[in-house]
Design a protein around this ligand. Sequence first.
Ligand SMILES: [Cu+2]
Length: 355
Amino acid sequence: MYLTIAVIVLIFVVIFQIAKASEYVSLLKGESVSRKQNNKVNGFLMIVFLVLGLVGVWYCNELYFGKTLLVHPAASNHGEKVDSMLWWTLGVTGVVFIATQILLFWFAYKYQENENRKVYYFPHSNFLEMLWTVVPAIVLTGLVIYGLRNWFSFTGEAPNNAMVVEVTGKQFGWIFRYPGKDATFGKKYFKAIDAATNTIGLVWKDDATLNLKADPATLDDIVTEQTVYIVKDKPVKFIIGSRDVIHDVGLPHFRLKMDAVPGTPTTLWFTPKYTTKEMKEITKNPNFQYEISCDQMCGNGHYSMKGVVEVVTQEEYDAWIAKQKPYYFSAFPDADPANKKLPASDTTKAATAKL
Ligand SMILES: [Cu+2]
């Protein structure tokens, strides 16, 4: 730290001294000679900056591209479209960037002060003005339309066969809800939330003080935390909300993200293309996990909001969901048939049946 500051200070001192020295030199040599010399040096430096800059762009790409997500394929249908959109944008802006930078620095070098050249007076050209207004406008409109089409596609209606999962952000974690056997999410109400037993406020019981009527559709809803299971090649729609502040469901491997806003449900849908297992092979990383990262600064535990998406086959999913119990049973264990003690007569019957 101190070393860096010392080096920066030293560089400033050196620049200051050079400036001062060149001032004295110009006094000795005369204004015009020294200006011409400076022009030459500056012109040469322009070319040096150009070359160093372009080499730097190439070098940083060599150094860091391997660490980006782009080395592995996008893991969803929409992700592929987002990637292609990104490549098109980078391609178009990249070509323009390199061409304009080369021209900018080359012109500064080539057309430096020269006594044998007279300046050509070129005040205005309607054609050129039109050209560099209309062409970028058309290209940018194209890119925006391309992006909007993707946006409407992944925030729009999901296919009929899509599975639906509700995602709720909270400080600091994720709660997932599956609709259960009736395929319907039961009603929830924020005042019914109880951090220990009813994390998203399902309306299980009548509550006169809150003016709530129990919703039977809540009884089979399945609630999990931190890990969500979805199926490869099957569209999945997330209905996204938040319990406290604004979070954001960031799905970097699927190239999607969507804000989680309290009181205003947002949606997105996508079709996962590779199971977690397949992705481990693709990335050659045995510890690979699809991650939900909160993409919105949401408080001091923001960094720890990692959720996991398990993409599995239909069979694996069926086996997993069959093992899940309705959330209702964890709040009211007595309602769980598995916990019900059989009446004495039934026990005898069961025993006889066994025999
Ligand atoms: Cu968050």
